[in-house]
Design a protein around this ligand. Structure first.
Ligand code: ASP
Length: 321
């Protein structure tokens, strides 16, 4: 039997609903502990409670601690499953993707309905995650996110719906695999993986979403507050309102990297338009364009690059060349 480590961090999968008020909150005894024995037929599972927090309480420091814990435990297991709140699951999963390079499957899962709600998906997602983690062919695919019987890459998956069980999706490409009742099947894979070594987090990155008529004041605040990097969710293929351009010159002068993604759900950014605020001029200024990452993923990546032990070219790391 495969040996799997289950690391709990909290989230709805570890919560229950008060049947009178309808409030959903963390419980002192994680419901996964009561339900866990149902999964022991599928693998030899050890359980480690790392955290019991709602995922809006997650931050870069805790992500790094989790990554270090996985690194330390990996040699004793055939696969590792992490349970996590769904709100920031994709950020932690991508942080793990960028900071771990392990020969065993690493799978992140969660739930949209808590343990005692009708139609609770926690146990089913956990079963799917364990099925995925115990398969040899789930290794070397990067960190995987398993929800609703689909397997997604940590790099491109995103939460698309506030409450629907089918909330986790991969825009543009779709999932890389599917779980049938007793089978794990893959039909595509990522062509590029990258890994960085981090020992501490000291540099922080801000994320701003652009809207029609946006002024420069929020960008000034980012500069004044001493962020070491900025990610902008820009318009369309990568354009900005012209009034934002002068403040970006100040970022360039201060050598603060500015990474541009699109606020559009599908597609990549490209430096196409040549007008004030247009992508062509932004890239000539030194703004870095990315290939398909969402704003929150690009923020995680820029933070990882800025905090990495390796000296990396941020531009090269984002442009994949
Ligand atoms: N708010 C919860 C959390 O992210 C939602 C969830 O777990 O799905 O922890």
């Amino acid at each position: 039997m495969k040996k799997i480590l289950l690391i709990n961090t909290g989230g709805t999968i570890a919560m229950s609903q008060d049947q009178t008020t309808g409030k959903v909150s963390p419980t002192s005894d994680n419901p996964i502990h009561q339900q866990g024995h149902l999964l022991q037929n599928f693998a030899d599972i050890d359980v480690l409670d790392f955290l019991n927090i709602p995922s809006p309480h997650m931050d870069l420091e805790k992500m790094l601690e989790l990554s270090q814990l996985i690194q330390e435990k990996a040699k004793s297991y055939d696969g590792i499953v992490i349970t996590h709140g769904t709100d920031t699951l994709e950020e932690t999963a991508y942080f793990l993707e960028l900071t771990l390079d392990l020969p065993i499957p690493i799978v992140v899962t969660g739930a949209m309905r808590s343990s005692n709600e009708i139609g609770s998906d926690g146990l089913a997602n956990l079963r799917s995650a364990i099925f995925t983690a115990r398969e040899d062919h789930s290794a070397q695919k990067g960190v995987l996110v398993v929800m609703n019987e689909e397997i997604h890459t940590a790099t491109y998956v995103t939460k698309t719906h506030t409450t629907n069980l089918a909330t986790f999706q991969t825009p543009t490409f779709g999932p890389i695999g599917i779980l049938y009742k007793n089978q794990v099947t893959y039909f595509q894979e990522l062509i590029r993986h990258e890994h960085y070594h981090l020992t501490a987090i000291s540099q922080d990155v801000a994320l701003l979403k652009v809207y029609a008529g946006m002024k420069a004041d929020l960008f000034e605040a980012v500069l004044d507050h001493g962020y070491q990097g900025l990610v902008i969710e820009a318009l369309g293929a990568g354009n900005l309102p012209p009034q934002i351009v002068p403040i970006l010159e100040q970022f360039m002068e201060a050598q603060i990297p500015v990474v541009l993604v699109s606020r559009a759900f599908n597609g990549v950014t490209e430096d196409i338009y040549d007008y004030p605020g247009g992508g062509k001029r932004l890239s000539q200024m030194g703004v870095i364009f990315t290939q398909g990452l969402s704003g929150i993923k690009a923020r995680i990546k820029l933070a990882v690059l800025l905090n990495a032990e390796e000296k990396v070219s941020i531009k090269q790391a984002f442009q994949g060349k």
